[in-house]
Design a protein around this ligand. Structure first.
Ligand code: MV4
Length: 454
């Protein structure tokens, strides 16, 4: 096992990783920018190293500075968290070249899954169902039109280097196709320096359902059920839950089995998430994430498995602590992402937290790095914490969520808490009746209080 892990991240996820290390008897190193000197992840770590100025490109993304921090502190492994360098295959390679363990999958798998065409080919060959579409990139307009007519309009043009909704264009009919391809190419070239695009049948009202997996280096690959992440705004998840209200036991077991078998086949290592669109009873792969995800706690709450500890155990060459037969999905969990943003306009709201009182009690977990008096710097993501509630079933979980939201006090800045007050009592949410477009529709019909009263 490792003696010392350097955590190449900040905020709530840096704390989450520290907690896992502490329980495993592993020393931790925090790294931070000059804007994060007062951050909780720095205060709670065994050691800390300043790695640069506020801009992420010069600090949390600064590979030479991170290597120096490893060297100075004698860290033998790096946990990248999510975002920043977590899906940078080159970073993983460089660490390996310096005899430092990257707590994550092999660089080859990171690279493969980062290329959305290769990702689809790879998982399809391993038996995972994918969205019907072009096999590989599309070259000429004639080729694209032929494929689009075969799969049927509407079709979605996607950038192979994209993901997370960047460089995506919809073609409702043949008349739209040439323009959609040109627009997707231009956007992809500007954003990623790569204009390869592919076509997919457009699914009109799917849910976003993703499967959590853990694979060790000893041939064990387990799945921990699904998370329903359909409630998104501008491709950012807002609310995630496990299990999905849309699936029954049989569907859950079947897709889980398919995914675990496929991951074993490709020799995947570590924690990963396989994302699907789910419509009319069918699962269609869209992307794979080769890292720990923001919403991992909902899977932890319904399985009792510490995903970060498993990541660390796997990276150190150990075997998974649990077998598939021991994984039981129990009860229900919901996560609300608390952002430092206005709950109506979503305008970021950095600044000083004047008072802070998180909720507690049975089935309530708050993963956050903020405290009373903390000043949220304006340089990073606006996620300041996550409220995760669990209960023996979904109705109990929703009741507890309402109660926890009432208890939550954050003063001095705007947060997205008021949005969750509205969501957890909405009929469609209570019924579990929502798809990937539900939240945007809800928000567009929801007026800001006090604005435009007559
Ligand atoms: C799709 C789709 C419909 N059909 N692919 C958006 C981000 C990226 N992860 C994939 N995305 C989508 N791909 C096909 N073939 C609709 C979306 C999509 C979406 C997916 C998940 C959650 C929210 C979404 C919001 C808009 C579009």
């Amino acid at each position: 096992m490792f003696d010392k892990v350097l955590i190449a991240n900040r905020g709530e996820i840096a704390l989450r990783i520290q907690r896992a290390c502490r329980e495993m008897g592993i020393a931790t190193v925090a790294v931070h920018s000059t804007a994060d000197e007062d951050a909780m992840h720095v205060r709670l770590a065994d050691e800390s190293v300043c790695i640069g100025p506020p801009q992420a490109a010069q600090s949390y993304l600064n590979i030479p500075a991170l290597l120096s921090a490893c060297e100075i502190t004698g860290a033998d492994a790096v946990h990248p968290g999510y975002g920043f360098l977590s899906e940078n295959a080159r970073f993983a390679e460089i660490l390996i070249e310096h005899n430092i363990t990257f707590i994550g999958p092999n660089p080859e798998h990171i690279r493969t899954m980062g290329d959305k065409i290769k990702a689809k080919e790879t998982v399809a060959a391993a038996g995972i169902p994918v969205v019907p579409g072009s096999s590989g990139g599309v070259a000429s307009h004639d080729e694209a039109l032929g494929i689009a007519k075969e799969i049927g309009f509407p079709v979605l043009v996607k950038a192979s280097a994209g993901g997370g909704g960047r460089g995506m264009k919809l073609a409702r009919s043949a008349a739209d196709l040439q323009g959609a391809i040109a627009a997707a190419r231009t956007e992809a070239r500007a954003a990623f320096g790569d204009d390869v695009v592919y076509l997919e049948k457009y699914l009109t009202k799917p849910r976003h359902i993703e499967i959590q997996v853990l694979c060790d280096g000893q041939g064990n690959c387990i799945q921990l059920g699904e998370r329903d992440c359909s409630l998104q705004r501008r491709h950012q998840k807002v609310w995630e839950e496990a299990p999905s209200p849309a699936l029954n036991e049989r569907q859950r077991a079947e897709i889980g089995k398919t995914v675990a078998r496929a991951m074993k086949k490709i020799g995947y290592l570590g924690a990963g998430t396989i994302e699907f669109l789910y419509e009319d009873g069918g699962f269609y792969f869209i992307e794979m994430n080769t890292r720990l995800q923001v919403e991992h706690p909902v899977s932890e709450m319904v399985t009792g498995v510490d995903l970060v500890q498993e990541q660390i155990r796997i990276a150190s060459g150990g075997a998974l602590a649990i077998k598939q037969g021991q994984v039981k999905i129990q009860g229900h969990a919901i996560e609300c992402r608390i952002n430092a943003e206005n709950a109506f306009t979503f305008v970021p709201s950095p600044g000083r937290i004047v008072s802070y009182h998180p909720p507690g009690g049975l089935g309530v977990r708050v993963d956050s790095g903020v405290y009373a008096g903390y000043e949220i710097p304006p340089f990073y993501d606006s996620l300041i914490g996550k409220l995760i509630v669990s209960g023996k079933n979904r109705p109990e979980c929703l009741m507890r969520l309402r109660r926890a939201l009432e208890e939550f006090v954050i003063e001095g800045i705007d947060t997205t808490i008021p949005l969750f007050n509205d969501l957890c009592s909405h009929r469609d949410i209570v019924n579990g009746d929502y798809d990937i477009h539900w939240l945007e529709t809800f928000l567009s019909e929801r007026a800001e209080p006090g604005a435009d009263k007559d």
